[in-house]
Design a binder for this molecule. Sequence first.
Ligand SMILES: [Cu+2]
Length: 47
Amino acid sequence: MGSDAPRLIRSPPLDTGDSFAFVFLQPGTYRCFCSLHPHMQGMVVVR
Ligand SMILES: [Cu+2]
């Protein structure tokens, strides 16, 4: 896998209105999902 290989980033459980910040240093496409509801998925594109 190249620069799009998954990297492990894990936030603490977030409640409504909570936020979590992470600074991406490497360009790439990062998939994310909710570990409580795995059907909740998203993607972060870093250019
Ligand atoms: Cu969820």
